[in-house]
Ligand binder design. Structure first.
Ligand code: SF4
Length: 347
């Protein structure tokens, strides 16, 4: 495993001989759930030191311009907090034709994004053939671009609706042009949290199963964890440990990104909204807990600010993601302003 070498390097670094409790966490082959829980209470400076010690050979940081292309904004899952989706009968509910999605993809290609992130949510009426046609149309418009899209939830729901196996759905998505499955929808695997936050979503076990099968079929993915709602440190540490276990088995996660449930993404209070410091902490703990996942991404979204973003690399973020968003209900994209990010990071 690539992680084996990384862990040896971590274990062989000089932090083995220093006294700080947080540094000791990094001196073993990964950290336990209990140790990760303790990291949630550590001062941020100590966490940054532990991240530095854990990264024997940190990857160089880079800015990733990602074009987020929505083909629809309708979602029947109706998660109680969601401010991003529309119910099927809403006046501004939209499901674009494959041709229109492809036309928008071609517009986005002119911005030369690193990849296109295709977002569709769960529309109760959209069929598998619609999804395949849309994917194929985008692939035709962007023959050389990495296409990330569809979530484990969508794969599972398509399999249920079409009475197909998860493997068959994944194979057909891959053959239509999908390069990478998005880690969206992982939330926090705890059933206690999911019962309140997203009661209609698949369980964490099913999310992991879809990812395991995708990796086995040659489709890589990202992994995510939503924070800043009802979750406890232990539930987050357990979530990360399950992702780490699957990565040990499959090696298919290319990047991990913590996703803040910040104001603007929630329609009503679910716990305390996260702060920029909370965001840095999640980056750092993710980096330490997931030594075999190559990249940790920091999406430049609220509550992150330019001031705090400059600290993100010290907490293990080696990909700063700037998002251009083309919303389904809009006629033009909101283009990412990358220059201030470049200046803040000195890149
Ligand atoms: S959070 Fe995701 S699954 Fe839930 S309603 Fe919003 S878009 Fe749908």
């Amino acid at each position: 495993m690539p992680g084996g070498a990384a862990r040896e390097l971590v274990g062989g670094s000089k932090v083995l001989f220093e006294a700080s409790a947080t540094e000791r966490f990094t001196a073993r082959a990964g950290v336990s759930v209990a140790e990760a829980v303790a990291l949630y209470a550590a001062p941020l400076e100590e966490l940054a030191s532990a991240v530095a010690a854990a990264q024997a050979a940190p990857r160089p940081g880079r800015i990733l311009h990602v074009a987020r292309l929505e083909y629809g904004n309708i979602c029947a899952n109706a998660c109680p907090h969601c401010a991003q989706s529309r119910p099927p009968m809403a006046a501004d509910a939209v499901l674009l034709s494959p041709e229109e999605v492809a036309r928008r993809a071609a517009m986005l290609a002119e911005l030369r994004p690193h990849h296109v992130h295709l977002v569709g949510r769960w529309h109760p009426g959209h069929t598998f053939s619609y999804v395949l046609d849309t994917l194929a149309a985008v692939r035709e418009a962007l023959p050389d671009t990495l296409i990330e899209g569809l979530s484990a939830q969508q794969v599972y729901d398509l399999a249920e609706a079409e009475k197909l196996s998860v493997d068959t759905v994944l194979e057909r998505l891959r053959d239509a042009g999908l390069t990478r499955l998005t880690g969206d929808g992982g939330e926090v695997f705890s059933s206690r949290v999911r019962d309140v936050l997203c009661p209609r979503k698949i369980t964490g076990g099913r999310w992991l199963h879809v990812m395991r099968r995708a990796h086995a079929l040659g489709i890589t993915s990202t992994a995510s964890m939503t924070f800043g709602h009802l979750e406890t440190p232990r539930e987050k540490a357990e979530h990360l440990a399950l992702i780490r276990d699957l990565q040990e088995e499959s090696g298919g996660f290319e990047a991990y990104w913590p996703e803040p449930l910040a104001d603007g993404y929630r329609t009503r209070a679910v716990g305390n909204p996260p702060t920029a410091e909370d965001f840095l902490r999640e980056l750092g703990i993710g980096r330490i807990m997931l030594p075999t996942i190559p990249r940790v991404q920091c999406r430049f979204v609220p509550p992150m600010t330019l001031e705090f973003l400059a600290q993100a690399p010290a907490f293990g973020a080696d990909e700063i993601v700037c998002l251009t968003c083309f919303r389904a209900a809009s006629d033009s994209p909101e283009i990412a302003d990358i220059e201030p990010v470049r200046a803040a990071l000195g890149l």
